[in-house]
Design a protein around this ligand. Structure first.
Ligand SMILES: [Zn+2]
Ligand SMILES: [Zn+2]
Length: 338
């Protein structure tokens, strides 16, 4: 059995290469799967990641010294380990880290999804000895509906309320851009108005070739001008003073947690949109069945049910219970828990 990678609460150590995957504290050499804050931290001496993830880290943390972009298909030899990045379908630039050593293969996927996303490359299954997965939505109750139906709900609410605006709460990296790209794919070509915290990443997405159409900073517009418009803001902004300037906003939230009605209600969400960048139960189990790893390692989330599902099928699995893994959907859950 594979004995050269060691999980720690704050990251996965690839021993023969002395490199860490998504370390939670500064290290000498890091492999970073994607730009969400719980995976990409600043302060590492050397970072290997996809060019898009490095660009996102530069935008969020300021220019990173020691960034080494690893392009599609490129193999980097570190110690005695071959390292490459394969798309994870989670957000722009997100990747699975494929590690090969002594004829054994480990795939560290962490966050991923299988549903189509116009803002990033689709997940590619890679057969392996150990597959490292998340389980944010690892319960059978979590089934994300097709995104198009959720987008249609958003557009129907907009059309039915010409004197109001729709304020969509969406995580600033990935979710916000995906919602706008899906609106464009549905034929919506009117301007979309953005909270100031969104501007930098939207501009970066455009630079990296993701077309998001006519987006404008909300800052320069007055209440009446925003009637009948879509405004996108971070989840935390919908309850604060900022949103009071908007014309009678319909509060919407794009999150996998919107499947849980009590949660939407408790957060005062009028229009829950079940849109997640994490695999749902069907995607998690289908992916394990497809990848058929010698052993599944579950980093975080509702790991019990997934590990149990594996055991029922003679699929070896273990929960790692890694700390500090909370991102776009979890942030919304935290905001809504109050
Ligand atoms: Zn993530
Ligand atoms: Zn995460």
């Amino acid at each position: 059995m594979v004995d050269w990678i060691v999980p720690h609460p704050h990251g996965i150590h690839v021993v023969p290469a002395d490199v860490w995957v998504d370390p939670g504290r500064p290290v000498d050499r890091a492999l970073v799967t994607h730009g969400h804050a719980d995976h990409a931290r600043g302060g590492h001496a050397h970072v290997l990641a996809t060019p898009e993830t490095l660009a996102i880290m530069d935008a969020r943390y300021g220019a990173q010294a020691g960034g080494q972009p690893v392009g599609p298909g490129e193999v980097v030899r570190m110690g005695d380990v071959d390292v490459r990045f394969v798309p994870a379908g989670h957000v722009l630039g997100s990747a699975q880290v494929v590690l090969e050593h002594k004829g054994e293969r480990v795939v560290v996927s962490v966050d991923y999804k299988r549903a189509p996303d116009p803002t990033c490359l689709p997940f590619e299954p890679v057969p392996c000895d150990i597959f490292v997965s998340e389980a944010t939505f690892g319960l059978p109750v979590f089934l994300h509906p097709p995104v198009r139906g959720e987008i249609d709900k958003l557009l129907a609410a907009l059309r039915a309320n010409p004197d109001r605006c729709v304020l969509v709460g969406a995580y600033a990296l990935g979710k916000a851009q995906r919602v706008v790209a899906e609106l464009r794919a549905a034929g919506f070509d009117e301007p979309v108005y953005l909270h100031g915290a969104m501007l930098k990443l939207f501009a970066l997405y455009e630079t990296l070739g993701v077309r998001l159409g006519d987006v404008r900073p909300v800052g320069t517009f007055k209440g009446d001008e925003l009637k009948g418009r879509i405004v996108v803001a971070p989840p935390s902004a919908s309850g604060d003073r900022w949103s009071r300037r908007l014309p009678d906003p319909i509060t919407a939230m794009a999150s996998g947690w919107m499947r849980v009605r009590q949660r939407a209600k408790a957060s005062g969400i009028e229009l829950p949109l079940i849109i997640s960048d994490h695999a749902d139960w069907a995607e998690l189990t289908a992916t394990v069945a497809e990848v058929r790893p010698g052993e599944l390692w579950v980093t975080h989330g509702r790991d019990d049910a997934l590990v149990h599902w594996c055991e029922m099928r003679q699929q070896k699995a273990r929960a790692l219970a890694m700390v500090g893994r909370e991102d776009e959907d979890d942030e919304m859950a935290a905001a809504g828990a109050a």
